[in-house]
Write a protein of this length. Structure first.
Length: 297
């Protein structure tokens, strides 16, 4: 028999979650990076920092047993909850479906974003014109690819509030010239503005992780930072990845054979600079100038 929250509760406490884990013989999966949030104040804080409008459509990745899901519902969101673990699905459905949540069994690394956001009656009518938000507690091993896929493939997702391992969050939000800045930072900046908006201690999870987490808010730009008509994303990020593959080298060395020396002058980018010093706009100018003088592009 499925055991869950008591009627009338809007989220799950530590006691509720521990009781649910025991009653349903759950074993959080290390392979799936399952660490359930067990603090009501934390899930309410996540919902608040997501800055949701009343009735806003939200996709939650990795809904687990529904603690954050219920907080989002309580904040007035219309939630589509995605969960990969088939063992959790009956429990999740028992917790949230009575609250109007749409539960989807899928893998966030391979799901069809168009079908998810537009393939259900929940998106019909005037609702189809409203933007989506993504809110999630993301495991370390999938956080970056899930966020990057959503940025690349789901333009209707206008904002994100993600709970991730601190090092991952710092990379997502890093700016030029900082230690955490890398190719992923440039990818995020291409699509959006990102910033760390809070820290989350290990004590609010079951099982308790060995790392600190942070909350990162990502807001999509009205248009990408580099005009895709001038420089295609594939070309841009081929060069970005080449530059960061040897981040301690000067660009004239790390991009040798990729960017002609004359492109640096044309783009007003120093060939002695390192990859971490260039903003996404700098990368865009450099690649645009490189392709103008190179018929390989």
């Amino acid at each position: 028999m499925l055991r869950g929250r008591h009627h009338g509760e809007v989220t799950l406490s530590r006691h509720d979650v521990q009781e649910m884990i025991a009653a349903n013989d759950l074993r959080p999966s290390r392979a799936l990076g399952q660490n359930f949030v067990v603090d009501p104040n934390t899930v309410r804080r996540v919902a608040r920092l997501a800055e949701l409008e009343d009735g806003q459509r939200v996709v939650e990745i990795g809904a687990g047993i529904g603690a954050l899901t219920l907080a989002l519902v309580d904040a007035g969101a219309k939630v589509t909850a995605v969960e990969i673990d088939r063992h959790l699905l009956p429990i999740l459905r028992a917790q949230v479906e009575d609250s109007g949540v749409r539960v989807v069994h899928d893998d966030a690394l391979t799901l069809d974003w168009t079908a998810l956001l537009h393939g259900d009656v929940a998106t019909a009518g005037t609702e189809s014109d409203r933007p989506w938000a993504l809110v999630a507690n993301l495991p370390y091993n999938v956080a970056v690819p899930v966020i990057v896929r959503a940025l690349d493939e789901a333009p209707d997702v206008a904002s994100m509030l993600v709970m991730v391992q601190r090092e991952v969050g710092e990379r997502l939000a890093a700016g030029p010239g900082t230690k955490a800045y890398g190719a992923v930072s440039v990818k995020v900046a291409y699509h959006a503005d990102a910033r760390v908006v809070g820290r989350v201690p290990p004590a609010v999870f079951v099982p308790r992780p060995r790392v600190e987490s942070v909350l990162v808010r990502i807001v999509r730009r009205p248009a990408v930072a580099v005009d895709p008509v001038v420089v295609s994303p594939d070309r841009l990020f081929t060069v970005v990845r080449a530059g960061f593959a040897h981040r301690r080298k000067m660009l004239r060395r790390s991009l040798a054979g990729v960017v002609d020396a004359g492109a640096f002058t044309a783009a007003a980018v120093s060939p002695e600079a390192r990859a971490e010093e260039l903003s996404v706009e700098d990368w865009g100018r450099l690649v645009a100038c490189a392709q103008e003088g190179d018929n390989r592009w």
